[in-house]
Design a protein around this ligand. Structure first.
Ligand code: 5GP
Ligand code: SF4
Ligand code: MG
Length: 456
């Protein structure tokens, strides 16, 4: 998911709209904006894309100097309007609204105990647990309630809270999901990625620290560190795939990191005698360019992506995913005919897309297709806010690289090593990133969302 917040701007909801537009790649199922005029919160949420939902009259119906917004794709809770965010409630302290990127690993457990105590839930999203914990807190200030509530939850959260008078931003102590702070004239801006700051011409100030809380109200901005990290666990997959390449993420450029992954891939998994390197667009492009640079094999455009379909993996239904590939990609015969082709993609999840792509390239005349992947085999599901399927569906959890190559009908297949990935993100020892989907090392330890067998 993607989150955006702004305080101290007369057109807060309009800027939230633009910010969410820049973050659309982080979720395409639903979007919402909640604005405060200092007295009350107003919300608009709907299924679909930001540009379709937020028409001029809708934005006008969200007046005020502060706003938060959210773009969602489902990790916890189904794809339905009642799970759209920001999630808003009225409670004894007034109105509050929350936008969450990440996924809690003890939400089920907390929800059961809250329900046993009489709580009534309106959604099946893990985020609602946080709202209940805040509403029940006996602390005096809103931020103290937030701290008390969050001290009980485990997992991944970058959060924006809005009340009538305040915006509160928090990042979990592992720092799984990004969250950055920016400045636009006299207003403060918070966003999942710097690309949203760039769009509204806000200045990038810094990333929030893991475990940091920022409170913005009429007294200005205050920061504290209520959740000191014991070990960072920034999501390495944000660099591999999820974030937009023009963003600066966890201190480094996503584009540069992806290109470096491509160079690393060329060193680790060369294809001697290949005629050209192509990318699976868009996510494979920077790595393919890096591969070409490091190997000296020319880069060309062998696959064209249609811009009228979304990211296939974000479509939750298998039936749609199936058609997705052909709708989304077409092969350029003139480039591929008679060629030995290196095709670079960022990851293989189920292997079904890759298989179709390899077949498409061969049907277009490629004589050899060598698939190169700019991350290690994805063997473990993510419980921290990226929508990977169950372990059984991850082809690399039960197949060797050779078997996967055979399944996708590639002449050869090679992945970047975990060491290579660590080097590319500037963390050789891999002590400041989460790598669980590649390594099985889950930093939150023994959580068990019905998956005790999947722990390691
Ligand atoms: P596959 O070959 O596994 O069917 O699809 C791989 C493609 O899915 C790659 O192009 C990759 O960009 C995209 N992808 C990346 N991350 C994910 C993810 O977390 N889940 C899914 N299902 N696909 C992803
Ligand atoms: Fe990111 Fe993978 Fe860790 Fe999930 S398991 S947070 S996708 S690195
Ligand atoms: Mg892709």
């Amino acid at each position: 998911c993607g989150i955006f917040g702004i305080v101290g701007h007369p057109e807060a909801s309009n800027l939230a709209y633009l910010g969410l537009h820049a973050l659309q790649h982080r979720g395409q199922e639903s979007a919402g904006i909640v604005a405060s005029d200092g007295e009350r919160l107003r919300a608009h949420l709907a299924m679909g894309h930001v540009a379709d939902i937020f028409t001029a009259p809708v934005i006008e119906s969200l007046p005020g100097g502060a706003a938060i917004g959210h773009v969602r794709y489902s990790t916890a809770g189904g794809s339905r309007l009642k799970n759209a965010q920001p999630l808003s409630v009225e409670y004894v302290g007034g109105q509050m609204s929350v936008a969450h990127n990440g996924n809690l690993v003890n939400a089920e457990e907390l929800r059961k105990s809250l329900e046993a105590d009489g709580a009534i839930f309106q959604s099946d999203a893990d985020t609602e647990v946080i709202i209940h914990l805040i509403a029940r807190s006996k602390k005096a200030t809103f931020e103290d309630k937030v701290v008390e509530a969050l001290s009980r939850v485990k997992g991944a959260y970058s959060l924006l809270f809005l009340t009538e008078k305040k915006l509160v931003a928090v990042r979990d102590p592992f720092g799984f999901r990004p969250l950055v702070l920016g400045r636009l004239k006299n207003s403060w801006v918070l966003a999942s990625e710097t690309t949203a700051l760039d769009l509204i011409e806000a200045e990038f100030i810094r990333e929030l620290e893991a475990g940091e809380m920022v409170v913005i109200d009429e007294d200005g901005l205050r920061t504290s560190n209520p959740f000191p990290p014991s070990r960072l666990g920034r999501c390495i997959f944000e660099h591999v795939y999820f974030a937009k390449p023009d963003s600066v993420l966890f201190g480094t450029s996503v584009y540069e990191t992806r290109k470096e992954l491509g160079r690393q891939l060329a060193r680790e998994q060369p294809v001697p005698g290949a005629d050209l390197v192509i990318a699976v667009p868009d996510s494979g492009v920077p790595a393919a360019i890096g591969y070409s640079q490091a190997s000296g094999i020319p880069y060309d455009v062998g696959l064209i992506r249609s811009h009228y379909v979304g990211r296939t993996f974000i479509e939750p239904q298998q039936s749609i995913r199936h058609f997705g590939v052909k709708l989304k990609l077409s092969a350029v015969r003139q480039v591929l005919k008679g060629k030995r082709v290196v095709v670079v993609d960022d990851s293989i999840v189920r292997g079904t897309t890759s298989r179709k792509i390899v077949k498409m390239l061969k049907a277009a005349g490629a004589v050899e297709v060598h698939l190169r992947i700019s991350s290690p085999p994805t063997q473990w599901p993510c419980y921290y806010g990226i929508d990977t399927p169950s372990r059984q569906e991850l082809i690399a959890s039960s197949h060797t690289v050779e078997e996967i190559a055979r399944y996708v009908t590639a002449d050869s297949l090679g992945y970047v090593s975990l060491e290579g990935l660590g080097n590319a993100v500037g963390d050789r020892e891999r002590t400041t990133f989460c790598t669980a989907c590649f390594s099985g090392k889950y930093l939150t330890g023994n959580f068990a969302p019905g998956s005790a067998d999947e722990e390691k």
